[in-house]
Design a protein around this ligand. Sequence first.
Ligand code: CA
Length: 676
Amino acid sequence: MRTTFLAAALLAAVACSPKMTVSSPDGRIAVRFALDASGIPSYAVDVDGAALVEPSVMGLLSDEVNLDRGFSLVSSRTKSVRETWHQPWGENKEVEDSHRELTLHLENEAGVGLDVVFRVFDDGVGFRYRYAVPGADTIRIIGERTRFAFASDATSWSIPGDFNSYEHLYRKMPLSELRDTNTPLTLKFSDGLYAAVHEAALVDFPEMVLRHDIGLTFQSSLAPLRQQRRRRGAPLTEQLDVKAVVPGTFETPWRTVQIGRKAVDLVNSSLILNLNEPCALADVSWIRPMKYIGVWWSLHLGLESWGGEGHGATTENAMRYIDFAAANNIQGVLFEGWNDAWRGSDALPDFDFTRPAPDYDVEKVAAYARGKGIYLITHNETGGNYRRFEEQLERALDWDASLGIHAMKTGYAGGGLSGGAPRHSQTGVRHFQKVVEEAAGRQIMVDGHEVVKATGLRRTWPNFMTRECVRGMEYNGWGPGNPPSHTVTLPYTRLLGGPVDYTPGVFDILYTCTEGRPQLRTWGRPATECREHTTLAKQMANWVILYSPMQMACDLLENYEGHPAFQFFRDFDADCDASEALQGEVGEWIAVVRRAGDRFFLGAATDESARTVEQPLTFLRPGVRYTATIYGDAPETDLETNPAACEITSYTLTSDDTLTLRLAAGGGAAVSFIPE
Ligand code: CA
């Protein structure tokens, strides 16, 4: 159990000092700030009077100037904010920001100014550091002191603290056994409280992962500027230890702890967005959520290729996709492998972002797409050679815009960035930001693959629509696949940061594991070892659950043509107005509803356990009759032998009704509610 905090004793101690505590608007969450005898700052978090985070040290480390100790408190100020702001797209277009802010202005013996800024919301806490180092143009940051000393053990869900990839399966384990983790790190405490540690507004700084310190204490660990190749016993060189180079006056991303009484409270929290800066773009009218299809899954199945024999992105194929999109209420098409083949070496790949493949007539395809009102999504795969991309960036984006291409998927496949920087280093963060800003200048929307994790920057740069940063669908194409619990873990973990381009929607579920299936190439595994671990209905539910303003139906067109269940995707709207995670448990199941105009779309999904979900329809508009079409698991649906069996039923329902959904093991349900 969490230990009770002796509020009275602390209040007495600070009665004559500047304000050192700040509470959430509802008074349930409190943050306490303190300075120890060495002038090292610390914070603690209480929920309902009990400690969630015990006193934990704060601050950054530099080898050039003392950033971490000898501080004294000069002044403090508080502020209350209660406002509603709007975004051009999102789970919720209207967002309420209600918080209390406490800023502590500190100075140390080296003359370094440090503002520690806390914001406390009803759904959690954020804090950041704002440093001013007199006379310094730049400072090398060699580490971060920030600790998270949890007051009690918890069940944790996490991926490893890998600075190059998020494409890992989630691990469920006691917090006391966790040694390293990326964020969001999601926790469930024995008293039923949920929390998630993450960061917000990651700009010009390396990403934070957490490493075990002692007991239940974790320490921030920043991605280094260069890959670390430490030899045992060798002294750490200065170069290896540098995490960031920052100006003399700078601020860090927010360190965040989202807090909820139910698992779905974390999903419904807007804390990460609220800690980001308002929109930086004057005109956002060109930014549009979309559904999309494309030449992609066929590449992972080995049916078509990115170039050479079996090339998928041909002019003829592109026209076919554009026609299908136009006929099925789909707004975008993606053609991976549209540009001339991968050159250079694996270590230093070389792409040309304005040279189409010989059998892809980009001008013809772009004009055809424009004529049908379809967005062409270009794919700029860099192989991690970000410098080559930056050299061509302005010219390539100008060229895209001149063709009417206003959406771009990026890729950084490989082990890291050219020049030896980890993908999630300050170098990577700067590069991805540069791409987004240059794209915004040309009205181009971005879908980033193998980029740094989502930290809410979409509020400031709403053209940064979505990103991968997940072990996505592709792993089901050429590997043993993601387990049923994976996509019911993601809403409570990965998606707390923001939208995910997971690319759901495989209808031919067993294709990957069909022996003797035709393939141009294999990925070194027998086909029978590769497969999906969901039912068809769960694939559809994931269009609703795994939020992305660019939502893909990833399967081959022939698997959608004539399939009655595809009507759900035709009706579905990627441009929702409001959302609510209704019920669920981390890694077990979830039910989510999204409203788009006067329509509602519900997705429910389960792990490897069959489950019956009773869902009151109180989210519907009272007094309105809706045609509810349920695309669910059929009685004969079986995850192993008959996963594509799907039952479609329709009823007239109102907000007074309760829907009973029977989810098969690894199953789900997608429901559309259309006013009659
Ligand atoms: Ca990937």
